[in-house]
Design a binder for this molecule. Structure first.
Ligand code: 8YV
Length: 331
């Protein structure tokens, strides 16, 4: 094969060597095996002469960057969320964006449930207590928590992951499920996951456990703040596996310290990987570093899908999961 004619791509972060190898069969690849975090100008410099970029959710793709990279045709995100893309700017520049939906749905729902159970049953708090040598007797109220089985499960954001959580709650834990979403699901979809549509206020007031699975946008910014937390039951747990910024983390830390709600489980944070130091002071919060999709098969599938989007688009003009399909065929 004439290698000079092959498209050139950049892989912005370290990924599975097998995936780099697969991409190398189709493209001239510049990879990042040492996983450097390139500043924006460095990313733009490395994108010169590249037709595609493999992104992982942390690289901001906006008008200013695109203006510097006229040859770029596709940004393939190894993430279902794509708030790192300014999709309107990409569409205006004729650049395709793709994400990685479906392949992480069940894995991320599992993580939501893990956090829910760990928060409600005070699992990490119990372990810290034990490791600190504080367990010297039984006590009727030692690390006493809240029930999960049969409790009311609330879900804010009823997309694919929300529905997978609803199924776990309804079928596995006999939980009445209530949800709120921008748009109500069709009746059959509600019946399938045994979920009842309620207003946001009702969701806040009635949920024993509230799981947030909303993407971040101007509209969802601080969807849960002090006023919303004040409406929740004092025994409630709050789980965020959606995106940082959907919750006002400062308000949540205060509510946890004041025991306004019983507990929280958080996998995503405002300004991550930094997090609000007040959260670290709360014993009643389970904290994980954005690992919702972090299983070997799922991360492999996400990387494989991003790679297939690059290969499909740059070799045949077709992508599997396009976000702005209107640009296809424009260039
Ligand atoms: C990613 C995620 O691991 O897919 C998403 O939207 O939040 C996670 O699965 C993260 O975005 C980094 O790619």
């Amino acid at each position: 094969m004439n290698t000079a004619a092959r498209p050139r791509i950049l892989i912005a972060r370290a990924i599975f060597p097998e995936v780099v190898e697969k991409l190398s069969q189709h493209f001239e690849v510049e990879a990042n095996p040492s996983d450097e975090l390139w500043p924006r100008d460095e990313l733009a410099r490395r994108l010169q002469g590249k037709q595609g970029v493999f992104t992982t959710g942390g690289e901001r793709i906006d008008a200013a960057l695109l203006a510097q990279c006229p040859e770029l045709k596709i940004c393939a995100n190894m993430a279902v969320g794509y708030n790192n893309f300014d999709l309107a700017a990409m569409t205006a520049a004729g650049v395709l964006g793709t994400n990685a939906p479906d392949v992480l749905t069940e894995t991320t729902a599992d993580m939501g449930f893990a956090l829910l159970m760990a928060a409600a049953r005070r699992v990490t708090e119990s372990e810290h207590f034990l490791r600190a040598g504080k367990w010297d007797r039984w006590a009727y109220d030692m690390l006493i928590g809240q029930d999960v089985y049969g409790a009311t499960l609330g879900i804010l954001g009823m997309g694919r992951i929300g529905r997978a959580i609803a199924r776990r709650g309804a079928l596995g834990f006999n939980m009445p499920v209530i949800y709120h979403n921008r748009s109500r699901l069709p009746a059959e979809a509600e019946a399938e996951v045994r979920a009842r549509y309620v207003s946001k206020d009702e969701l806040l007031r009635q949920s024993d456990h509230l799981v947030l699975v909303v993407p971040y946008s101007a509209e969802s910014h601080h969807a849960i703040g002090a006023a919303e937390l004040a409406q929740m039951k004092p025994t409630a747990t709050l789980v965020n596996i959606g995106r940082g910024g959907v919750v006002d983390d400062a308000a949540l830390a205060q509510a946890l310290l004041d025991k306004r709600i019983a507990a929280a489980g958080l996998d995503v944070f405002e300004g991550e990987p930094k997090l609000n130091p007040a959260l670290l002071k709360c014993s009643n919060v389970v904290l994980t570093p954005h690992i919702g999709s972090a299983t070997v098969p799922t991360r492999m599938a996400m990387a494989g899908l991003a790679a297939d989007n690059l290969i499909g688009y740059l070799t045949t003009g077709k992508a599997l999961t396009p976000l702005n399909p209107e640009v296809i065929g424009q260039r």
